[in-house]
Design a protein around this ligand. Structure first.
Ligand code: HEM
Length: 444
């Protein structure tokens, strides 16, 4: 029987305002598998690689998503793989996973680079821009294009607005200690419900038009979702395809956008690291546009991205609740308990990362001793690990290399860049940058 540390009022306030750092402090005090109680709920705070492996792999079948995540995400992605459980999850995961297989994703590399280049071309020297917003808009354009191909020119902006409304309300619900239940017709709930209905209608029209064309064997993600078959040869229903499209929008655009934003913040705060990356990009590309084949010659780009995801994991933690009692390492885990896997705290353990608060991409160089297998988990671990990890890594690298090649930018002065966790870990008040110069290029 393990005794839990009861959180005091101040700790609870800290927990609410800065969950990642509060968990980091509590686990430093209580251990990497820490047991605390908050308002009568047992919380298990986890940032121990062995516990991550055991719980997320061996006990995966005895864990569901936690009720807090469910309360927020069920309002707009209840039907997709992210929220599914048990048999429904297994079936959906098997259908969706191959769509994001690394070999399929390579073909999108050019789209990632082309869209990044289009964005660079539209920036003018002398401008001040909101980097976080630009990255969000770019990631959204990219996910729309890779999902639907050319079908939806003109609809992208509307999808963007609707996604913004849905996510803004989700953030408001996360901020509130007791969010209004979803059936209550508060202005926020109504706004969100209308946006969900409209986006679902839009997506359903796109799906049905595509199916009517009969030749849905194109290269985009929608074509692949429509072609996916389970072991009995059954396809997904239209509703299921719609749910997965929406899930990919939600799971896949803000996470990637904040990773790109943090990568730039870190590089601009560390000019020597930026110079090293610029050199690598120059030497490899020789003025040619970024292309998939170049990645193999850009180890430093890879290290920069890995280190960014270590320091600022866009999904800094995720929760589970047991479906039945089980014990691990002398601890009883019971239904009603919450297991909080803190990736942020895991990535800041001195034992695995000397000077963990420092930005040192070189720690991921192949000739350097690597941290243990489960000490690095920006995409989670076990069977529910991120389905879009190859997609995300490729997108971040292609976009970052293109931007590094074409832009000279700096952080605008007098701004405090602090992380805050809402749906993702992102800069609290955004990031303003100055554009100094832009290489001209006859690109797309
Ligand atoms: C840097 C970008 C990203 C990060 C850091 C990230 C991180 C994560 C994490 C931590 C999980 C949860 C694992 C768990 O609960 O055990 C997850 C799940 C998921 N992610 Fe990502 N993700 C990213 C990008 C993407 C992209 C681009 C897509 C799709 C194109 C995507 C689709 C999903 C889906 C569908 C799930 C649910 C998987 C399941 O429950 O079986 N993610 N992601």
């Amino acid at each position: 029987m393990t005794t839990a540390h009861r959180l005091g009022w101040r700790e609870m306030q800290n927990f609410r305002h800065d969950q990642p750092n509060t968990i980091l402090q509590l686990t430093e005090q209580l251990g990497r598998l820490a047991h605390v109680s908050m308002l009568g709920i047992q919380l298990h705070l986890i940032c121990e690689p062995d516990a991550i492996r055991e719980l997320l792999i061996k006990h995966a079948d005895q864990l569901h998503r936690d009720p807090f995540t469910r309360r927020i995400f069920d309002r707009f992605v209840s039907g997709g793989v992210f929220m599914a459980e048990d048999e429904a999850w297994r079936r959906q995961r098997k259908l969706v996973q191959p769509v994001f297989h690394a070999a399929h994703i390579e073909q999108y590399a050019q789209t990632f680079a082309d869209y990044a280049q289009k964005m660079c071309n539209s920036w003018q020297p002398g401008q001040t821009r909101r980097l976080d917003q630009e990255m969000m808009a770019l990631a959204l354009r990219i996910i729309c294009q890779t999902m639907f191909g050319a079908d939806i020119d003109g609809v992208t902006d509307r999808i963007g607005q609707l996604m913004q409304t849905i996510m803004a309300e989700a953030e408001a619900q996360l901020r509130a200690l007791m969010p209004a239940p979803k059936w209550l017709p508060t202005p926020g709930n109504s706004r969100q419900r209308r946006a969900v209905q409209e986006i679902q209608q839009l997506l359903m029209e796109i799906i049905q038009v595509r199916k009517a064309q009969k030749d849905h064997d194109g290269d985009d993600l929608l074509a692949r979702l429509l072609l996916a078959r389970d072991e009995k040869g059954n396809a997904m229903s239209d509703q299921q395809v719609l749910d997965e499209c929406l899930t990919v929008f939600v799971a896949g655009h803000e996470t990637t956008a904040v990773a790109l934003t943090w990568a730039w913040v870190l590089l601009l705060q560390h000019p020597d690291k930026l110079a090293k990356l610029q050199q690598e990009v120059r030497d490899t590309l020789n003025g040619a546009p970024m292309h998939f084949g170049a990645l193999a010659q850009m180890p430093y780009l890879n290290q920069v991205v890995k280190e960014t995801l270590r320091l600022y994991p866009p999904a800094p933690g995720f929760g589970r609740t047991p479906t039945e009692p089980f014990s691990f390492n002398g601890t009883e885990f019971k239904p009603g308990d919450i297991l909080m896997f803190s990736i942020y705290a895991l990535h800041r353990q001195k034992d695995f990362y000397p000077h963990p608060e420092q930005f040192q991409p070189e720690r991921f160089a192949t000739d350097t001793a690597q941290p243990p297998r489960y000490a690095y988990a920006p995409f989670g671990a076990g069977p529910r690990t991120c389905v879009g990890n190859h997609f995300a890594l490729l997108e971040i690298q292609m976009v970052l290399a293109t931007m590094v090649q074409f832009l000279e930018i700096s952080l605008a002065p007098n701004q405090q860049i602090e992380p805050v966790t809402l749906v993702t870990l992102r800069p609290k008040d955004g990031v303003r940058i100055h554009v100094h110069s832009r290489a001209s290029h006859a690109g797309p």
